[in-house]
Design a protein around this ligand. Structure first.
Ligand SMILES: [Zn+2]
Length: 199
């Protein structure tokens, strides 16, 4: 026996989200049903707002209500320095630290043998690097296999195409295999301060 159509439909929608399996999706749907109309209405409103108001920043690919985003539009920031991160949430983590004053480029993913660069914002990054406006690049990708592969891919391009840009990567203060998003501010700040050029 399967659930009524509207239930099945929402379960399917929840299951598309990362780390949500059948059981969790069912729990979400029945929790919404049990709470009456209020929670579902709030969720509907929030989703509507997300779809209608959020934009992709045309420069750094972060999500914001304006494009360019406030970071890219801020003339007090160093527009010659670019910090490269994998996910939009990573920008938030670094901004919270409060010491970085350059701009960002969000890759929206990383590469490996199954995920090619075309599905990320790496081609846009390469165009940006070749524009001649960038003097320093900080690679702040997760220190795991995919982060490493992506870092190497970008380094290879830069060595060949933009050798004048200073290239640094975060120091190895972050636990290996960990996500930037789970690093505490002190560890992250230290990894930033002690960032190194590639040997
Ligand atoms: Zn931006």
């Amino acid at each position: 026996m399967s659930y009524a159509d509207p239930i099945e439909q929402l379960i399917r929608a929840f299951r598309q989200l990362p780390s949500v399996g059948q059981r969790s999706a069912e729990r979400f749907v029945f929790s919404l049903l049990k709470s009456g109309k209020k929670d579902a209405a709030e969720l509907t409103l929030a989703l509507k707002g997300l779809i209608q108001e959020m934009k992709s920043c045309s420069k750094c690919w972060v999500f914001h209500t304006s494009s360019p985003c406030p970071i890219c539009a801020n003339t007090n920031r160093d527009h010659s320095c670019l910090c490269i991160v994998a996910e939009p949430q990573d920008v938030e983590v670094i901004e919270r630290m409060g010491t970085y004053k350059g701009l960002y480029h969000v890759l929206r993913g990383t590469v490996d043998s199954e995920h090619s660069p075309e599905y990320t914002k790496i081609p846009d990054l390469f165009t940006r690097l070749k524009s001649g406006k960038i003097k320093e690049v900080i690679l702040a990708l997760n220190q795991n296999m995919r982060g490493e592969t992506t870092t190497m891919y970008i380094e290879q391009f830069m060595r060949k195409e933009t050798p004048d840009i200073i290239l640094t990567r975060l120091a190895r203060g972050l636990p290996m295999g960990s996500d930037l998003q789970y690093a505490d501010d002190t560890t992250l700040a230290s990894a930033f301060r002690h960032r190194t050029t590639r040997p």
